[in-house]
Design a protein around this ligand. Structure first.
Ligand code: PRP
Length: 211
């Protein structure tokens, strides 16, 4: 079978994704998590792993430098890359929500801070609401606390970050899990190898409705 290059997201999804690979029966060595290397060949699995920033995973896959990748649905929706979404891996479940201070009231000039400007714009447009979107790159919860924005659109997982900062969830936009994606050409040219991986994952991913 042809060798596959797999783009893996560093950070919060990584551990769960590696655990899923192991549960699926792929021979991922223990040093996989410990190394600082960014390209890790795993001969036993016939794969080369690229450790990427999560937001860049769909880019590597769209350009074909990775055949497949693991990425959050939030990133997929935001990046709008031309890739196949093959499987809901049902890991790293969280939701994308609108949050603000508990006494939040509609204002004349609403401002929303987020790491997901396209997603947030689309959501508020669909709601018929005109808001100014302010793109931030992290610590989004700061924005309402210091008066940069009246609301945020951000990932909520345990809800602890909101709680610790005195914020509340106002609306849920969508639920999020990680997905297996593929490059369109790779999916045709390396279908046997990719189908093999899909089968492996399918045995350990709980069945249910995809979101
Ligand atoms: C994410 C998200 C929230 C937090 C939610 O941030 O942007 O801040 O996690 O998780 P919780 O509901 O379990 O508290 P991340 O840790 O990725 O950091 P950043 O957004 O500040 O980069």
């Amino acid at each position: 079978m042809p060798r596959l290059t797999v783009a893996m997201p560093k950070g919060r999804i990584f551990e769960e994704a590696v655990e899923l690979l192991r549960r699926a029966g792929l021979a991922i060595p223990p040093e996989f998590e410990e190394s600082r290397k960014l390209i890790i060949p795993v001969e036993e699995a016939g794969m080369d792993f690229i450790l990427a920033k999560p937001v860049d995973v769909p880019t590597y896959v769209e350009y074909g430098v990775a055949d497949i990748g693991v990425v959050g649905k939030d990133v997929l929706l935001e990046e709008e890359r031309d890739v196949y979404e093959l499987l809901d891996l049902k890991i790293s479940a969280c939701r994308l929500s609108v949050a603000g201070l508990p006494d939040w009231q509609p204002t004349d000039a609403p401002r929303v801070a987020t790491k997901f400007p396209k997603l947030a714009s689309r959501y508020f447009r669909e709601q018929g609401a005109q808001v100014e979107i302010i793109k931030l790159n992290g610590s989004i919860e700061l924005a309402p606390l210091i008066g940069l924005a009246d609301r945020i659109v951000d990932i909520v997982s345990t809800g602890q970050t909101l709680k610790d900062n005195g914020l509340v969830e106002l609306e849920t936009i969508t639920s999020i899990t990680s997905r297996l994606i593929a490059n369109r050409v790779s999916y045709r040219m390396k279908s046997e190898a990719i189908d093999f991986i899909i089968d492996k994952f399918s045995t350990v991913v709980p069945k249910g409705v995809e979101v």
